[in-house]
Design a protein around this ligand. Structure first.
Ligand code: ADP
Ligand code: ZN
Ligand code: ZN
Length: 729
């Protein structure tokens, strides 16, 4: 009997397919890439196992046509993590591998590092003052500073700088301030000089002592208020891992991987650091991946998919801002990088640290059940004092475009006292709706169950769900009236109101529109941090992660949009956002103040948050989830379906529900149309599964999911499974 090879190939196959070994070339080892025929095409797959026999008749088996890697590309430990993830999330195995591999390797290119360009500062450049260049060429000034701070910049580092960073760099080269060098290596950069670490305070030292690379697995929740010095604790543990010759994997949310953070890590660690994020060119991504796999990087900092990077000598895993929604992939392979990092650390027998000022309720529940060690940093590091929070009752208040009179007064006082003010509104554009004042007609997107957002700057209506745009009509298409009015608030509108109220005060608005148009989130953030702008206005881009030491007042312009969200996590998200935004204030010597505008000041969520902070909120929210039988007290999965034809998703889901295996303690709810049924021209519906036990849910899905594709009704829809969904919309 011939041996067969199990090969994970791209396509909708939940398990690897069987192939015969190649007839001529040497046998491919497990974990290597091979070319195999699939239908009429040839594809690249990964050998996942050797089998003594196949369930398929040998005459029908096809053979591997070419072996790409003579040595395994992936270690078996990583392969079993990928296989576990594919099974747990019920996603095709080949696509799980595709997520784990850099594009170059998916395309069959050799697994060797390629040549890479770096930029370095020259002696002349080092003599330049970045401040002096600030007025004339702000982007060049920023790059100059970045070059001074880092021994070299790779193209991948420029991604976060936004705008035409490459053009600006070219001009620095022309001026003789910077030079390009090419090196054929792994693309890790090690700073030549390291900055001294601060002496950890007692709370930090106690926590750091519990993170013990080289001493086995331990999952640690590091709950620390913003500015409490969590990053210093990470750096301490990473430095110890590096000294022991062990690698550290640091996973951060997309928005958190900033040049600021990278410089801080590079300056502080005597380590070779590789970076993995979506902005990298394919060659850079491959280099960083190989650096991790071959043990040429000591620290790997990356976004979500970095959880799948091979590590030669794993020693420590860190997930920063572990509550952040971007750690869960929201399409295709819907894995949670946080949960996989914990599993991976467990299997690799290394410590894992989940850090946040506002931990996810799941994580808090795990800590309460003693699965994770719960460490807390309750005080801000240095001398910074926590901000005071208060609610501003909007009922009956006269407002100026969403700003209440008391708020305007408060802003004025802080500006007067030389403070910096941050205003937060999580909605870009001028107004979320445009309405006819005569007949009540609303401008609605034709492709979505949603209203168009009015963008005054661009003079367009824009749908934030499908990205479609149209002109603003001259008159109401229903009654012909020309009295069309914007309704509700967006950042553009607040900007206009602030400019009217404080015409002399420099203001910077940071949202997806301004960072695209005016070039560069980082550049604007730099202006914000330096304090050039006294008024900072923005969406959650502004809210996350950045140190804004001069901010003395934070205003949350509209808390109400989060209070009544359709998703069961809406309250959790609102609380996290409020606390994160509040955390921007008063980081340095100045105490901060936070005001929250709301029409529902008596709302229990807001009351608990104001008086008890996030921990009190989380306790209440966990009790509510338990009472409602929602995660984390129960396990959840969604079967989603969408189609151009309205009835098709519901028909498919009803058929799926009919064949759903029954288990005690497991319920199948629905199907029901999604809260926003139509999006981008497709109708969406879902079926919700809830179970007392995660294992029961998994058993059920294992029996059920393979039966879905063969359903006749499946042909008319696109469907997907979402295990542990983080949004149910
Ligand atoms: P977090 O990650 O919790 O937001 P950081 O680690 O970024 O906090 O620390 C906030 C600020 O406090 C930083 O400027 C940091 O350099 C400083 N800091 C942290 N720990 C200490 C310490 N032990 N002594 C002095 N300064 C510290
Ligand atoms: Zn009208
Ligand atoms: Zn739309």
């Amino acid at each position: 009997m011939t041996k067969t090879l199990a090969v994970a190939v791209p396509g909708p196959f939940l398990a690897p397919l069987d192939y015969l070994p190649p007839s001529d070339s040497p046998q491919p080892p497990i974990g290597s890439r091979v070319r195999v025929p699939l239908g009429r095409r040839e594809v690249i797959g990964i050998v996942t196992a050797e089998r003594d026999q196949s369930t398929i008749n040998e005459s029908r088996l096809r053979a591997v046509t070419r072996v790409i890697d003579e040595a395994p590309l992936l270690p078996t430990s990583l392969m079993s993590l990928i296989a576990w993830a594919a099974r747990y999330y019920h996603h095709p195995i080949g696509e799980a591998y595709a997520t784990a591999l850099p594009a170059r390797l998916r395309q069959g290119q050799p697994a060797v590092p390629g040549e890479q360009t770096y930029w370095r500062i020259t002696t002349t450049g080092r003599e330049q003052s970045a401040d002096a260049w600030q007025k004339r060429a702000p982007r060049q000034a920023m790059l100059l500073q970045a070059l001074k701070d880092n021994d070299a910049l790779a193209a991948g580092d420029l991604a976060g700088l936004g705008g035409d960073a490459r053009g600006a760099l070219q001009r620095l080269v022309e001026r003789g301030f910077a030079e390009a060098i090419k090196r054929s290596d792994y693309g890790t950069i090690q700073a030549e000089t390291t900055a001294p670490a601060p002496v950890l305070n007692d709370a930090q030292a106690t926590t750091a002592a519990r993170i013990m690379p080289g001493e086995g697995h331990q999952a640690i929740l590091l709950e620390g208020v913003t500015g409490s010095g969590k990053t210093e604790v990470y750096l301490d543990a990473i430095a110890r891992a590096t000294e022991m010759g062990l690698q550290s994997l640091v996973i951060v949310p997309e928005i958190g991987l900033t040049p600021q953070l990278l410089s801080r890590f590079r300056r502080r660690l005597n380590a070779r650091i590789a970076v993995l994020h979506s902005g990298l060119a394919d060659g850079e991504r491959l280099n960083a991946w190989l650096a991790a796999a071959h043990g040429r990087a000591d620290v790997i900092i990356g976004t979500r998919s970095a959880v799948f990077v091979p590590l030669a000598r794993p020693g420590l895993m860190i997930v920063d801002e572990e509550h952040d929604a971007s750690l869960k992939q929201q399409e295709g392979f819907r894995y949670s990088a946080r949960d996989l990092a914990v599993l991976r650390a467990h299997r690799a027998e290394v410590p894992v640290v989940l850090g946040s000022a506002t931990p996810a309720l799941e994580t808090l529940a795990n800590a309460a059940q003693k699965r994770y060690l719960h460490c807390q940093l309750n005080e801000r590091a240095g001398n910074a004092r926590p901000p005071s929070m208060q609610l501003l009752d909007m009922r009956g208040q006269p407002t100026q475009e969403g700003l209440s009179q008391p708020l305007i007064t408060r802003v004025g006082e802080h500006l007067e006292a030389d403070g910096q003010v941050l205003l937060f509104l999580n909605r870009r554009g001028f107004a979320p709706v445009i309405i006819c004042h005569e007949c009540g007609w609303l401008a609605e997107c034709e492709r979505c169950d949603a209203r168009y957002t009015y963008h005054r700057g661009r003079r367009r209506l824009h749908c934030h769900h499908c990205d479609s745009e149209r002109r603003i009509p001259d008159a109401c298409p229903q009654c012909g009236s020309v009295d069309l009015r914007p309704l509700g608030l967006g950042t553009e509108r607040i900007e206009a109101a602030l400019e009217a109220a404080f015409p002399e005060t420099p203001l910077v608005r940071i949202d997806r529109d301004t960072t695209r148009r005016r070039g560069g989130f980082e550049q604007q953030m730099a202006a914000a941090v330096r304090g050039d702008a006294r008024l900072l206005l923005g969406t959650q881009m502004l809210a996350k992660g950045h140190h804004l030491p001069a901010v003395t007042l934070v205003a949350i312009i509209d808390a109400d949009q989060g209070l009544f969200g359709a998703d069961f996590r809406a309250a959790e998200r609102l609380a996290q956002l409020v606390v994160q935004v509040a955390g921007r204030a008063g980081r340095a010597e100045r105490p901060g103040e936070v005001v929250i505008q709301t029409h529902h000041p008596e709302h229990p969520l807001l009351q608990t948050l104001i008086h008890g902070g996030y921990p009190a909120f989380a306790r209440t929210a966990l009790l509510e989830r338990e009472a409602a039988g929602l995660p984390p007290s129960r396990a959840m999965a969604l079967l989603r379906a969408e189609a151009v034809q309205r009835e098709a998703p519901m028909r498919f889901l009803r058929a799926a529900s009919r064949i759903a295996p029954q288990y005690r303690g497991l319920e199948c709810l629905g199907p029901y149309p999604a809260p926003m049924e139509k999006r981008a021209g497709r109708f969406r519906a879902q079926l919700m599964l809830q179970a007392d036990e995660r294992a029961v849910l998994q058993t059920m899905l294992e029996a059920w999911v393979p039966q879905l594709q063969p359903l006749r009704e499946a042909r008319a829809v696109r469907w997907s499974i979402d295990v542990d969904p983080t949004e149910t919309l």
